[in-house]
Design a protein around this ligand. Structure first.
Ligand code: 5GP
Ligand code: ZN
Length: 134
C-alpha cells in the first residue's frame, strides 16, 4: 500500500490532475488517455482488484463514477462514454489498485481502443483540468 502508485496519488505524494474527490473516491486524468478527457476514478480504500474490494467500498465509489461521468459529458460534449475496469495482467491491468476508466467517446472517432498519439503534454492536461473543474 505504501508503494502503490494510486495510493501515492490519493495522498498527494505524486502529483495528478485532480477532477473530483470525496470521502470514498479520487478522480484524476489518465496521463496516457484513450480519448480526450479519459479519467480514472479510484476508491480511497486500497484493493488490488475488484475481487478484494469490500462491497461497501464499491458502493462508496460508484456515486463518484457517475458524478465524474456526468461532468465529462457536460463539459466536453462527448456523444458517449465507456466505463472499463480491468482485473489481472491477462485483462490488461497494469496498476494494481482498483480503478474505473471513464473514456469519453466522440462521433467520428475510429472504433476500438488506442491511446491518443502523441499523448497530451502536461500543459494540455492542465488546460483540460481547468476546462473540467475551473
Ligand atoms: P490499467 O491498464 O491498470 O487498467 O490502467 C492503468 C492506467 O493508469 C493506464 O491507463 C495508465 O495510462 C495510467 N497511469 C499509469 N501511471 C500513471 C500516472 O502516474 N498518473 C496517471 N494519471 N495515470 C497513470
Ligand atoms: Zn493503492
Amino acid at each position: 500500500m505504501d508503494q502503490c502508485l494510486f495510493c501515492k496519488i490519493i495522498r498527494g505524494e505524486i502529483p495528478s490532475y485532480k477532477i473530483f474527490e470525496d470521502d470514498h473516491a479520487f478522480a484524476f486524468l489518465d496521463i496516457n488517455p484513450f480519448g480526450r478527457g479519459h479519467t480514472l476514478v479510484v476508491p480511497k480504500f486500497h484493493a488490488e482488484q475488484l475481487f478484494q474490494l469490500p462491497p461497501e467500498e464499491l458502493a462508496g465509489v460508484m456515486p463518484a463514477v457517475q458524478r465524474t461521468a456526468t461532468l465529462l459529458k457536460r463539459r466536453l460534449g462527448c456523444e458517449g462514454l465507456a466505463l472499463m475496469q480491468l482485473n489481472g495482467e491477462v485483462a490488461g491491468q497494469t496498476v494494481f489498485h482498483v480503478h474505473f476508466h471513464l473514456i469519453p467517446r466522440y462521433a467520428g472517432q475510429p472504433a476500438g481502443w488506442q491511446p491518443l498519439t502523441p499523448p497530451p503534454s502536461p500543459e494540455d492536461l492542465a488546460a483540460l483540468q481547468r476546462e473540467l473543474v475551473g
